[in-house]
Design a binder for this molecule. Structure first.
Ligand code: SF4
Length: 286
């Protein structure tokens, strides 16, 4: 039994193998994970990572609808399976960790990502607690990471749960309202850049801010967060938030909006160096 949806945030070579292709959008395909526990995969950003998908197996649930989402647009629907119960997450995760340990498999990180935004799960705080306990039991040196779009950090219980994770990786793609609305397409009108930057300050010194860097267009509107004023505004936002680290990256594979252009590594490195020297915060470029 799963939680009905009415109750209602990695990439790597093998990541693709763990996803089931269920939707065709344009000439290429975006893909969904088809289970609650997936991998382990080798992630560019995180190392050997065992994934936890708290969203449906056959649909997507997210409070954003990013133009670049590898799971596709929200319009594909929420699927039929509902959200996994916390007991199911626990038992499936324990089974996998126990099997991996018995086989001597390495593990660097347990990562919450998948077919949408993990913090939307109503039992997210409990699931973080039990995941930390399982980590301590089976792989005490592994980290627990959460990839989140930052839309739920206004809820104290979600923020507190994120703070317990080793790596809370929080999305901020632009410091301009117009760009963020065009690129990330938040479901709620209440969500604003100003509010989220303010709320992100609670992760000062502990959180990791992750920013997707790209160029392109959507429905005739240009989007380009490599522009000088975009980077300057991001620098000011990072200075206010003062995270432990900043991660910048660009497109890795198919996106539901086809008119997006990957920013190549050399340019990303230049942007990273500029941010690092202006903020004095370490920047990872992936
Ligand atoms: S935050 Fe954006 S990229 Fe992440 S799952 Fe939601 S729509 Fe996809």
């Amino acid at each position: 039994m799963k939680i009905p949806l009415r109750i209602l945030i990695v990439t790597g070579k093998n990541d693709y193998l763990c996803r089931k292709i269920i939707s065709k959008m344009g000439k290429d395909q975006t893909v969904l994970f088809h289970s609650t526990i997936f991998g382990p995969i080798h992630s560019r950003r995180l190392g050997v990572s065992l994934g936890v998908n708290l969203m449906p197996d056959d649909g997507k649930v997210c409070s954003f609808d990013c133009l670049y989402c590898e799971a596709g647009f929200n319009s594909q629907g929420r699927g039929t399976t509902g959200l996994p119960l916390r007991e199911q997450v626990y038992s499936q995760l324990e089974e996998k960790l126990s099997e991996m340990r018995a086989n001597g498999a390495p593990l660097d990180v347990i990562t919450f990502s998948g077919n949408g935004e993990p913090t939307l799960h109503p039992d997210f705080p409990h699931i973080i607690e039990s995941t930390l306990a399982l980590r301590d039991k089976y792989y005490p040196n592994a980290k627990v990471s959460v990839l989140t779009n930052s839309t739920m950090i206004f809820k104290p219980e979600v923020a507190e749960a994120l703070k317990k994770a080793d790596n809370n990786i929080l999305k901020l793609d632009s410091a301009f309202e117009e760009t963020l609305r065009l690129l990330d397409r938040p479901n709620s009108k209440e969500f604003t850049v100003e509010k989220v930057i303010e709320a992100l300050r609670q992760f000062e010194g502990t959180g990791i801010i992750q920013t997707m860097i790209l160029r392109g267009s959507h429905e005739g509107k240009n989007v380009d967060n490599t522009a000088n004023e975009e980077i300057e505004a991001l620098i000011e936002a990072y200075k206010k938030i003062r995270p432990r680290k900043i991660m910048i990256y660009s497109l890795d594979r198919s996106t539901p909006e086809e008119n997006l252009i990957k920013v190549e590594k050399d340019e990303l490195m230049q942007i990273g160096r500029r941010i690092e020297s202006a903020t004095d915060i370490p920047v990872d470029v992936n």
